[in-house]
Design a protein around this ligand. Structure first.
Ligand SMILES: [Zn+2]
Length: 416
């Protein structure tokens, strides 16, 4: 079967971006559409109207994920396209929404061109992708992948509301959450388009990225114990200063990640000092350490090297050092058939692209556990994200959308 490929409509994509950016708009040009909020609901209602106007059948699953379906010519597993509409506090207009909007544009182009795919197509808006006040992210995609632990639904935000209550507010049914799970084999492919949220594409002068892996994350908690004592009377030679040791280790994290080379990153994002008083030598310090890398062996090496530094610093300074692994997400490879299909689509359309790792987590990282999954990135101006300054060039968005449309058509022909 050969079709002339329809062209995506850039003006329509921009119009939709504007429309959704008005829902939860902040005065500084950003968007705040926190999960389970009134703005979340308003965004969902807008999306439902939009999808229904296109003649799609819209349903909400027990995890409040929204799906819109267009039947194919054959009884096959679905090709799923989409992302999330929720944002971080004072976020931007692209993170998440762009993926839902471009996915919708792709299906709309097929409808208008009178092309019916063999596989059914489904659009998705995943619930609560972003980190939120409940301390749980990617709630919707994890429910779909069967990776949402039931006790998590009882997690509360500082206002005392539970995730279960939040889900009910936006059309979910937490009592039936297990039924949100999609068994393996029911999704032929999942494609997520997202902004890069980094500077790699921009630095290379390239509009589009084909994601090969979603980076693994290793979060470590490090506790150093020394001796709290009077900051005036304790001689320098007699000190067991936990914070001075922690300062060395903070620099060690930076140095280890730098010397491991791209794409390794290392961060100390939080330090807790006890007793944290101006006239007391710090007796105890906790560090929240995070490493990310696309290669699991490299992540292991970074974590081991850090533990080695903790031992060395602790021994030299007379401290006690303890390191615990808080989370260990393994890197997630994208499906090679989909990666190659996206790359071929870029070549065929003469869209310059880079193969790269996603250094941020995404819904795709969870759906990859149950379905062949791929991601397409659009360059972010100045690498900015999770801020009102988030921006992607309309031309780059159009190119990425066209690549996605071509890839969907090719996957539809090729996949079982
Ligand atoms: Zn996102």
């Amino acid at each position: 079967m050969h079709f002339t490929m329809p062209r995506v409509n850039s003006a329509r994509i921009q119009e939709a971006l504007d429309r959704f950016a008005r829902i939860g708009a902040t005065p500084d040009g950003g968007v705040e559409r926190l999960c389970f909020s009134e703005e979340d609901w308003a965004g969902r209602e807008e999306l439902r109207r939009w999808w229904e106007q296109m003649g799609l059948v819209v349903r909400t699953d027990p995890a409040a994920n929204m799906f819109a379906r267009r039947e194919g010519t054959e009884a096959r597993p679905v090709i799923l396209l989409g992302s999330h509409l929720d944002t971080v506090p004072r976020g931007g207009r692209f993170d998440g929404a762009l993926g839902v909007i471009v996915a919708t544009e792709v299906v709309r182009c097929l409808i208008e061109a009178g092309i019916t795919t063999r596989h059914p197509l489904e659009l998705v808006n995943f619930t609560a992708e972003e980190p939120n006040a409940f301390g749980r992210s990617t709630i919707g995609s994890r429910a779909v992948a069967g990776r949402l632990a039931l006790p998590e639904l009882a997690a509360r935000n500082p206002g005392g509301q539970t995730i279960a209550e939040g889900l009910r507010r936006v059309g979910g049914d937490p009592d039936r959450i297990e039924q949100a799970r999609r068994p393996e084999g029911t999704i032929a492919a999942f494609l997520e388009l997202h902004i890069e949220q980094g500077r790699r594409l921009e630095a290379a002068g390239v509009p589009v990225g084909v994601v090969t892996h979603i980076a693994g994350i290793r979060r470590l908690s490090c506790r150093l114990s020394g001796e709290a004592n009077h900051s005036g009377t304790t001689r320098m030679a007699d000190r067991k200063d936990a914070l001075a040791g922690a300062a060395e280790l903070t620099l060690a994290v930076e140095e280890l990640a730098r010397s491991a080379g791209d794409p390794a990153v290392g961060t100390v994002g939080r330090i807790e000092v006890i007793p944290n008083a101006p006239n007391i030598v710090p007796g105890q310090v906790s560090l929240a350490v995070e490493f990310r890398h696309a290669d699991p062996a490299a992540l292991d090496r970074l974590a081991e090297a850090f533990e080695g530094r903790v031992k060395e610093v602790a021994a030299r300074r007379g401290l006690e050092g303890l390191v615990e692994t808080v989370t260990a997400f393994r890197p997630v490879p994208m499906n090679t058939v989909i990666v190659e299909t996206l790359a071929r689509a870029c070549d065929a359309l003469e869209v310059p692209y880079l193969r790269l790792h996603s250094m941020a987590g995404h819904d795709a990282g969870h759906i990859a556990a149950i379905a062949p999954t791929g991601m397409l990135f659009v360059a972010s101006r100045d690498g900015k994200s999770h801020t009102p300054e988030e921006w992607s060039d309309p031309k780059a968005i159009e190119q990425a959308a066209q690549v996605m449309l071509a890839a969907v058509m090719e996957l539809d022909a090729a996949l079982p």
